[in-house]
Design a protein around this ligand. Structure first.
Ligand code: MN
Length: 200
């Protein structure tokens, strides 16, 4: 079955002023749509056509680069839209307890993820993931993610931050750290908490 692009789960201007409307329109409607279209093209007539996105990720080393790049792009952006939202929420309960236990505090986690994103050379993602039952932070290049069998740090991503220039350039230009500071205002921690629970 062909992969499809779900509509953005909120209005394009919902993340203003932190993430601007035009960036959201281009990012979702053009960039993400292109990953979906190119993934379907790359899978056409192959056994990968009948695999779920998660199954593709788990065996990605067996597929051509077009499946890795566009399949990763589709998975990563689907997660990204889901974990953003407004108004802002805060982590609580089991997730907050795990954050405090692993990183010391929410601020320390934010610092660690922001540094992972800021120091990723070129394009990629900064991740909070569940790895071996524990929270961890890592970054990946391009459209790779921790579900891929080729990932350096493997696990289930529960929060991902896109650090490709297309995610921030219109508003922040070369100032990736400013984007990485602003995005914490629009994280939907309720969704992250649900993903954490499901990943355990
Ligand atoms: Mn992107």
């Amino acid at each position: 079955m062909a992969h499809t692009l779900a509509p953005l789960p909120y209005a394009y201007d919902a993340l203003e002023p932190h993430i601007d409307t035009l960036t959201m329109q281009i990012h979702h409607d053009k960039h993400h749509q292109a990953y979906v279209d190119n993934l379907n093209k790359a899978l056409a007539g192959t056994d990968g056509e009948n695999k779920s996105l998660e199954e593709l990720m788990a065996g990605i080393s067996a597929y051509p680069a077009a499946v890795r790049n566009n399949g990763g792009g589709h998975y990563n952006h689907s997660l990204f839209w889901e974990i953003l939202g407004a108004p802002g929420t805060q982590p609580s309960g089991d997730l907050l307890a795990a954050i405090n236990e692993t990183f010391g505090s929410l601020d320390a986690l934010i610092e660690k993820m922001s540094t992972a994103g800021a120091t990723r050379f070129g394009s990629g993602w900064s991740w909070l993931l569940v790895s071996g039952g524990k929270l961890a932070v890592c970054s990946t290049p391009n459209q790779d993610n921790p579900l891929m069998d080729i990932a350096e740090v493997k696990g289930t991503p529960i929060l991902g931050i896109d650090v490709w220039e297309h995610a921030y350039y219109l508003k922040y230009q070369n100032k990736r750290p400013d984007y990485l500071k602003a995005i914490w205002n629009v994280i939907n921690w309720d969704v992250v908490a649900a993903r954490y629970k499901a990943a355990l």
